[in-house]
Design a protein around this ligand. Structure first.
Ligand SMILES: [Zn+2]
Length: 97
């Protein structure tokens, strides 16, 4: 028994599993997901960077060595603190299970 799908756009049943034979609409779920993912990526790339991102970028790539060292120091402290917190969260999550 052949599998057929109904096109959501033109409401015609078609034997093809990937595209509608009447209007060419994509019917395959994986192709639809890939198309949505591509559209989402293009939308996010089209957005301007936030002010916080611009600030961190300038902070990180400052022409003053002292500011770059200060950025690295804060980033290291942040990274170590969240590593410790993540470890304890994983420990708590592993306990009951
Ligand atoms: Zn169709």
């Amino acid at each position: 028994m052949a599998i057929s799908r109904k096109c959501a756009k033109c409401k015609v049943w078609t034997e093809s599993l990937s595209h509608c034979s009447e209007c060419g609409e994509v019917l395959d779920h994986e192709l639809i997901q890939a198309k949505r993912e591509q559209e989402r990526k293009e939308y996010q790339e089209s957005l301007p960077p936030s002010k916080l991102d611009v600030f961190f970028h300038e902070f990180k790539n400052s022409r003053f060595l002292l500011i770059r060292v200060f950025y690295r120091l804060l980033y290291s402290i942040w990274f170590i603190m969240f590593s410790i917190v993540s470890f304890f969260i994983a420990l708590i999550a592993a306990g009951p299970g």
